[in-house]
Design a protein around this ligand. Structure first.
Ligand code: PLP
Length: 375
């Protein structure tokens, strides 16, 4: 029975990922940049892993760059703007702090910014079109929201940007933070035509501290920090080879059974939703166009109190977004941008599932929720 329901924050390392990590650390301990035989062996393994992940994602291996996590992938893209003349950046108001915090930096450097509201969870194409200007250089809309699971219409939004580009022969970089999409919804990166995306291993039972940056046209991208020249100058620093192997193993596992797992998780998700509705709790997660892995609702008590009560019963959920409890109020900011009232947002609790979630665990969670009732 699995009573851990905070999988959008992080997941357990899978046995396959752990094994790949340990085996790689033992076998390929050398620095992939060293030119001796052991170094070359490690370099070959690094490129084999990149190729394996690229084929899992159906993208060219030259488009993938390993980083220390999604936050760093995002930072690589946003910090690169500082080397350009200031223009305009448009993001959704429901982005993770890893994206939204960059707007303050860019504003301090003379950039214009816009934050698009997302009523009910979704960014509207008309709102994006209304903000596009000749000096727009970057648009960033997340694929799946980490608080509610809302799946954004990335294809439609990206098309709006391309149509605008075509009218004025401009180039706008379309970025999508895809952390909560990877493995959890059908996600065809190349088919979407986006220019950049961020991924993280620890949301899909991979190791912490390893992520990926996808760049559709890497040759057009200059990183602010390329010290060391690794990752073809896009991300300096010695590559974390064992963690990359763990990421590859975790992604392989997720994608090999993606459809079956999604169906199973959808059933569990619906069961949770129905119970919450029966209890009269307001749901923040949309019914349609949402990841089954995330269900957010307004609990009858302040988020922290309710989360603690469930924790006392051995059940882990999170209050609001709480990817990090250091950024309190983040979940509330996102729910307000979706049009929910702040009084309800302060009672937000997020249940997030993973492929290890089982019916027994969900039943125990729902029993505990019923026991707490209205507090
Ligand atoms: N973006 C989203 C949507 C997330 O949920 C997270 C999770 O914390 C991040 C970015 C940051 O990822 P990482 O921990 O790999 O830096």
């Amino acid at each position: 029975m699995d009573l851990y329901f905070d999988n959008a924050a992080t997941t357990r390392l899978s046995e396959a990922a752990l094994k790949a990590y340990i085996d790689t650390e033992r076998e390929f301990f050398a620095n992939p940049s060293s030119i001796h035989r052991e170094g070359m062996k490690a370099h070959k393994e690094l490129e084999r892993l990149r190729g394996s992940m690229a084929s899992l994602l159906s993208v060219p291996s030259s488009s993938l760059f390993f980083t220390s996590g999604a936050t760093e992938s995002i930072a690589a893209v946003f910090s690169s703007l500082l080397m350009q003349d200031p223009g305009k950046v448009i993001i959704s108001a429901i982005e993770h702090e890893a994206v939204s915090s960059w707007l303050r930096v860019l504003e301090a450097h003379g950039w214009k910014t816009a934050r698009l509201k997302a009523k009910g969870g979704f960014v509207r194409r008309e709102d994006l079109e209304a903000e596009l200007t000749p000096d727009t250089k970057l648009v960033a809309i997340m694929a799946v929201n980490n608080v509610t699971g809302a799946i954004e219409d990335i294809k439609g939004l990206e098309e709006a940007v391309r149509e605008y580009e075509a009218r004025g022969r401009r180039r706008i970089f379309f970025f999508s933070d895809s952390v909560q999409a990877l493995g959890k919804i059908p996600y065809d990166i190349a088919g979407l035509g986006i220019d950049g995306a961020s991924f993280s291993a620890h949301k899909i039972n991979g190791p912490r501290g390893i992520g990926m940056l996808y760049l559709r046209r890497p040759e057009a991208f200059s990183a602010l920090s390329s010290a060391g020249g690794q990752e073809r100058g896009k991300r300096g620093g010695t590559e974390n080879l064992p963690a990359i192997a763990g990421f590859d193993a975790a992604l392989g596992e997720w994608l090999s059974r993606a459809e079956d797992n999604r169906k199973r998780i959808q059933t569990l998700s619906l069961k949770i939703r129905h119970t919450l509705e029966q209890l009269g709790f307001q749901l923040f997660s949309p019914e349609d166009h949402a990841s089954p892995y995330i269900i957010s609702f307004a609990s009858p008590l302040p988020s922290e109190v309710y989360t603690r009560m469930l924790s006392d019963k051995g059940i882990a959920v999170s209050s609001g977004s709480a990817c990090s409890n250091n950024s309190k109020g983040e979940g509330e900011r996102i729910l307000l941008a979706m049009g929910f009232r702040s009084e309800a947002a302060r009672r937000a609790v997020r249940i997030s599932l993973s492929n290890g979630s089982d019916e027994e665990g969900v039943d125990a969670l729902l029993k505990a929720i019923k026991e707490i009732g209205n507090g």
